[in-house]
Structure formats: structure tokens, C-alpha cells
Design a protein around this ligand. Structure first.
Ligand code: KG4
Ligand code: ZN
Length: 336
């Protein structure tokens, strides 16, 4: 079965055709990055306007690249939540219209679940596993028991990890998107140039929760306090910030693995493309853990993860009603 997946939750306008949930025949991603660059961040009104202009061509290109015809599409999946409301509505309504015309099943997809499902498309990982979702809007450490059954162990209590990267980069004018620029600059910097440290892990109520606002403030406003006398170059700031931001995450992942006894780890979302995140998580392999990442193209927002997850729901008999509306909020996950 060919599933069309549509993703328009933020600044990527993407459509993909995935065959039987595994075989990615096309994954067209029209990024708006250049158009938001002058503003150093995503402008919601501009994002939804561009999605409106692009969606039809992006879907046509995905169908063409897949070498099929629209009539061959067996089901349509589109991101319904969470994200920028105006942007979500463009993809969701397009999907509903096309599903209605083609008379095929339609399913609305949760963006967080799609990121967590992305690695399964390329390298299926046995359930259960520890899911680590790292994006511009969310930081979630969770136990994943199936594509639909996710128990949140910890989340960010303030800034998401990608948001912290983006805000630090914006403050120092390092370029947009911030995470990518910091990753690049950090390769040439000294990670010990500034002695930033993360907050102590709380051993009480939610030990896997994570806070980035203190680190962000230290990097932006308190360079002097944490200086070791090394020059405050963009490279040194980026490397020192990245060391601590990723280190905080890894500590919580380590504790979650120990406490849950899970033996497999899977990461997804834009920040899972970060080189230090990847090498730090892969280091768990030497302790016998199985670690799985999506390829870089499936880390950031894309239609293939939506089509892949959509296929699973459709196969299990799930359908969304055409009355389904978009929502900026995360759907209810179970928090332990
Ligand atoms: O998953 P995503 O494409 O969109 C959301 O759902 O938010 O993630 C975007 C985030 C941005 O904050 C961006 O700066 C960050 O992912 N990002 C990175 C890297 N590539 C993208 N952060 C750190 N290192 C990277 N290489
Ligand atoms: Zn995303």
C-alpha cells in the first residue's frame, strides 16, 4: 500500500510516499529556512502562508518522484498536532480534501510520535525501548512500548533542547538554524573554555525532567563568571555550551536506562542530528545497549515519518474523522 504522508507543523513543507510503511519512494522536503533567516527564527504567519503556496506542488513532486499516480495512493496521513496552528491546518486540510476526492482512508498524526517512530522505518528496533525525542519544541525521555504506547518519563520543564541551541545562537549572531551552526562551530572550539554546568539532577519527583533555562542564561549573560581565561570566540562558546547541554541529557538517559532496565535506545527529532548527541548515545553500545538513530533526513521534520507511522495505524484499523482539527498542543501521553 502506498501511503502519502504530509508534514507542515513548522517550517518544512514536506510530502512523502512510503510503500508498506518501510520503502521510502519519495520524501520531498521544501524548507523555508532561507525565508525565515532574516528574522533569526520561524515567523508563524509567514510559515503558514508559504505552506499554502507550496503544498500542492510538494505533494505533486512526491507523487511524481515515487513513480506512481495520485490514484495509486492507498491512504493519506498528515500531522495534526502539535505545532504552529496555521501551518498544521494547511497540511491537514489538504490531506482531508485529497483523501475525500480519492476516497481513501485518512489519519491525523501526532508529530512527537512520528519523530519517535522515524528510526523504525529504516532499522526496525524491537520494542520496548527508551525513546529520546530532541526537537526545537520538545525534549522527551520516554519508554516506548509500541508505535502508539508511550510513557513519558521526563520532559523539559522550560526550554526544549533545540530551543536552547537556537536562543544561544541567536544571541551571539551565530546564524540560523542555531543548532546546526553551534554543532559546526563546536567542532573547532574548546569545550572546556567555559566551565558552565547543568542543574543538579533532582532525585525526588521527576528525576528525568530537564531544565535548559539556567544553562541558557549562563551562556548568554554570565560568560565572565564561567571563564577559564580562554578567548570568548564563537567556537569556544559553542563547544562549551554543547558539552553541557548534551551532558545533562546523557546523565538523564543513563539514569532512565538503569532504572527501567531497558536495553535499547532510539533518538529522533532535529537535535538527534547533532554530532555530540549521536556520538554520546552511540557510546552506550560498548555497555551492551542497542542504539538506533534515523538517518539525518529523517531526524528533522519530514513527510516519510508521517507516512510510516500512518501506515501502522491504518493497518491496525485506525481512521481519523474528517472533523479532526489541528491542535498546537501535545496529545496526552501517560506520565509516570
Ligand atoms: O525536529 P525539528 O526539525 O523540528 C521540530 O519539531 O522542532 O527540530 C528542529 C530543531 C531546531 O532547534 C534546530 O536548531 C535543531 O533541531 N537542530 C540541531 C541540529 N540540526 C537541527 N541542533 C543541534 N545540532 C544539530 N546538528
Ligand atoms: Zn519536529
Amino acid at each position: 500500500m502506498y501511503v502519502l504522508g504530509i508534514e507542515t507543523s513548522c517550517d518544512e513543507c514536506s510530502a512523502a510516499i512510503v510503500e508498506d510503511g518501510r520503502n521510502i519512494l519519495s520524501n520531498v522536503i521544501a524548507t523555508q529556512i532561507e525565508l525565515h533567516r532574516p528574522f533569526d527564527g520561524v515567523v508563524p504567519e509567514l510559515a503558514s502562508r508559504l505552506h499554502t503556496e507550496w503544498i500542492s506542488q510538494v505533494v505533486d513532486a512526491a507523487v511524481k518522484q515515487a513513480g506512481i499516480k495520485k490514484e495509486d495512493i492507498g491512504a493519506i496521513a498528515a500531522t495534526a498536532r502539535p505545532g504552529l496552528l496555521g501551518s498544521l491546518l494547511v497540511g491537514l486540510n489538504f490531506a482531508k480534501g485529497l483523501a475525500s476526492v480519492l476516497d481513501v482512508p485518512f489519519i491525523g498524526i501526532d508529530h512527537i510520535r512520528a519523530h519517535l517512530y522515524a528510526p523504525q522505518i529504516e532499522h526496525p528496533l524491537e520494542y520496548p525501548y527508551l525513546g529520546v525525542l530532541l526537537s526545537g519544541g520538545h525534549t522527551v525521555i520516554c519508554r516506548v512500548d509500541s508505535y502508539d504506547s508511550i510513557e513519558v518519563l521526563g520532559t523539559t520543564v522550560d526550554d526544549a533542547i533545540g530551543e536552547a541551541f537556537d536562543k544561544v545562537a541567536k544571541h551571539y549572531g551565530l546564524g540560523y538554524p542555531g543548532g546546526v551552526m553551534i554543532d559546526r562551530l563546536a567542532q573547532k572550539g574548546d569545550p572546556m573554555a567555559f566551565k558552565f554546568s547543568g542543574p543538579k539532577m533532582s532525585s525526588d519527583y521527576h528525576p528525568y525532567d530537564i531544565s535548559y533555562s539556567g544553562l541558557k542564561t549562563a551562556v548568554i549573560n554570565q560568560l565572565d563568571i564561567f571563564s577559564t581565561g580562554k578567548p570568548a570566540t564563537p567556537e569556544n562558546i559553542a563547544a562549551s555550551f554543547q558539552r553541557v547541554a548534551v551532558g545533562m541529557l546523557i546523565k538523564r538517559v543513563e539514569k532512565a536506562l538503569k532504572d527501567t532496565g531497558l536495553k535499547r535506545i532510539s533518538a529522533g527529532g532535529g537535535v538527534a542530528a547533532n554530532s555530540l548527541v549521536r556520538s554520546s548515545l552511540l557510546a552506550f553500545e560498548k555497555d551492551g545497549y542497542e542504539v538506533s538513530f534515523p538517518s539525518l533526513k529523517l531526524c528533522t521534520d519530514n513527510g516519510a515519518m508521517v507516512a510510516g507511522l500512518g501506515y501502522r495505524y491504518i493497518q491496525d484499523g485506525f481512521r481519523s474523522d474528517f472533523s479532526l482539527s489541528a491542535s498546537a498542543r501535545v496529545s496526552a501521553f501517560k506520565k509516570s
